[in-house]
Design a protein around this ligand. Sequence first.
Ligand code: TYD
Ligand code: MG
Length: 461
Amino acid sequence: MPAQKTLFICNQCGYETAKWLGRCTACNRFNTLEEKAVRTTPAKIGGASAAFSHSKDASAPTLLRDINLSPTRGQVRKSTGIAELDRVLGGGLVGGSLLLLGGDPGIGKSTLLLQICRHMASEAFPILYISGEESAPQIKLRAKRLDVDPPGLYFLAETDIHAIQDAVKKIKPALLLIDSIQTMRLNELASLPGSVTQVRECTAFFTQLAKAHHTAVLLVGHVTKEGAIAGPRVLEHMVDCVLYFEGEGRDSYRVIRAVKNRFGSTHEIGVFEMGEKGLTVIADPSAYMLAGRPVGVPGSAVTCSLEGSRPLLLEVQGLVSHTHFGTPRRTANGMDYNRMVMLMAVLEKRAGYKLATYDSYVNVAGGLRIEEPAADAAILAAIASCYRNKAIDPAYLILGEVGLAGELRAINQPERRITEAARQGFTACVVPQANKKNIKPPQGVRIFGAAHIGELLGLLL
Ligand code: TYD
Ligand code: MG
């Protein structure tokens, strides 16, 4: 076992001391000393410690073209057996990589882990599931309910990192699941499990473990109430891939989003539904998101957002009603508040809508969050439609970014979005004029170009 000691290091000037001080004696700043575990002898985890030992060979630069990708180290991908998850990961799990799965407590992270095991675990691909939160009988019960009983799945209820290291040496898993990183502890540190120091040091330890044994490690991290503190965010820079599990607690759908991926693209999403038998893939998310859409009601508009390689149809709802207070209320649900306020200002100034005496609400149905400016035109149209009390034809898809002068600006990949809408039975689409000439419309879809929001609203209302 490597000998470790604890040091306090100033995060401003790098000053080291063996004991905690409120004020750094070197730079005189307050509260800058951070606890750190320091290894006093070179680490030796398993047999393959060369990957991070400080031998001469390891630190000598090599020509990039001379580096061989050995089959165990290179980007060998293995399917998780869950197609949606594979796509988010960029084609499967990369051997020896470190993943972080973040999400609110109770969103379904542990459920997903077990479902990954169902397909992946085998004698040739052993998986070690470590839980610091649940006991073996609890996990067994859940596994039974989910019908998960693969060969090669080992379980250990443990929080001590060194005990986990011993188990890894014994079982040599191809994949190590840690549920959750906030319950793990390195005994050399005085601070409590879940503190920033513990969480960081434990992650660093798992990184070395992953490299030494060519084991992929999946860390579960709870998003804590305090937000960033000791939650998954403090670890994002230390891992290869960060996945976030999102969803509204009361809704059954769940979205997995990659926010960082060293082996694939980010912003891919996988859509699931949480049901009695755990998580099931939603094969057609656009249809799912539009289900129950009110037809012929003012204030509803449909746009298409690109989530990674996937186009997703979303319904935007707008509501305006006379305010009873001096200052009107503005509420944005599922989009950036400032963007909503900006769009309303454009509507007021460039199209003459008098919104100052109205409370206004924007909601993205289904609980997803719109991040793309390509949805601007639909948001604006939903508000205008409610204000004018005129419904937008439900066969229309609305695309376009809105500028401060009221101009509709070009968006990327309009054809992919329109094709998705055509698949869902939409027969017309309004796009920015600049996009129109380059679009070959799918059969049965009419394309209208608009250069300004005045033209857009004229077409729709
Ligand atoms: P869990 O995976 O324990 O969440 P996390 O590990 O992210 O804290 O999921 C807990 C929730 O999921 C719980 O509220 C019950 C629900 N659930 C189902 O609806 N169906 C199921 O089959 C399972 C296993 C859980
Ligand atoms: Mg859990």
